[in-house]
Ligand binder design. Structure first.
Ligand code: ADP
Ligand code: MG
Length: 240
């Protein structure tokens, strides 16, 4: 289904709920969320702690099933898929970036970036060439044979972004990607996301509770108590 402006939605969520646990101790983390994200958007998800941001990201990222509701990703209904099917969709469609980088500590930047390609069955030479090219793209040409503990936080996050790009997924999802970074590194990382969004057409969804981070996006969606309470364009040029 295409939207009135002709841009195909990448994500269509309707009435999504998520309940953790059962009985009196259960928590309704999402209470009925609907959201459409078009290809090429750069979205920030905001809201106080406990409002459901990470839960929503997990569901968008096909890491977990919703309790009810529908989720179409790139035209495919994914809410009813098995664990294995979800893993396949994830591998093709989604790159993840985490607050704590989640790199393998004993392997070089290049090997970290190669890993998703190894899982996807890409041949060694193609893996090597692509890892080098992406690491150059994120500005780490000189550092690709270093291990994570030999890199700054900002550099480690750039390795993580390179890894997220390894399988050419159209969607990049990041949960508090600058939460462990100083402000100069945060600007570098947000500049990189903006570049990937504008120049490579990658759809970017970033969870943050910092206004100065959200200001890099094009659209800010705010959660509260498991519901979307606000959805508006980010102010033009507010990050610059
Ligand atoms: P946010 O990322 O906005 O801080 P979360 O999505 O992590 O919010 O949490 C939303 C609600 O769901 C909170 O009440 C939280 O305690 C609860 N919650 C999150 N994950 C789990 C889980 N795995 N088991 C039980 N409750 C959870
Ligand atoms: Mg969270």
């Amino acid at each position: 289904m295409s939207s009135p402006d002709g841009t195909e939605p990448l994500i269509e969520v309707k009435d999504m709920t998520k309940v953790y646990g059962e009985g009196p101790a259960s928590v309704q983390a999402l209470k009925g969320v609907s959201l459409t994200i078009r290809r090429g958007e750069f979205l920030a998800i905001m809201g106080p702690s406990g409002s459901g941001k990470s839960t929503f990201m997990h569901l968008l990222g096909c890491l977990d099933h919703p309790s009810s509701g529908s989720y179409r990703l790139a035209g495919q209904e994914v809410s009813g898929l098995t664990r294995d099917q979800l893993a396949m969709v994830r591998g093709r469609q989604i790159g993840f970036v985490f607050q704590s980088f989640n790199l393998l500590s004993r392997t070089s930047a290049r090997e970290n970036v190669e890993l998703p390609m190894l899982y996807a069955g890409v041949a060694r030479e193609a893996r090597d060439a692509r890892a080098r090219s992406i690491l150059e793209q994120v500005g780490l040409a000189e550092r690709m044979d270093h291990k994570p503990n030999e890199l700054s936080g900002g550099q480690q996050q750039r390795v993580a972004i390179a890894r997220a790009l390894a399988n050419e997924a159209p969607l990049l999802m990041a949960d508090e990607p600058t939460g462990n970074l100083d402000s100069a590194s945060s600007v570098e990382i947000m500049t990189l996301f903006q570049h990937l969004n504008r120049e490579n057409g990658i759809t970017v969804v970033v969870v943050t509770h910092a206004n100065e981070i959200a200001a890099w996006s094009g659209r800010i969606v705010t959660f509260r108590d498991g519901l979307i309470v606000d959805d508006r364009p980010a102010k033009e040029g507010s990050a610059a």
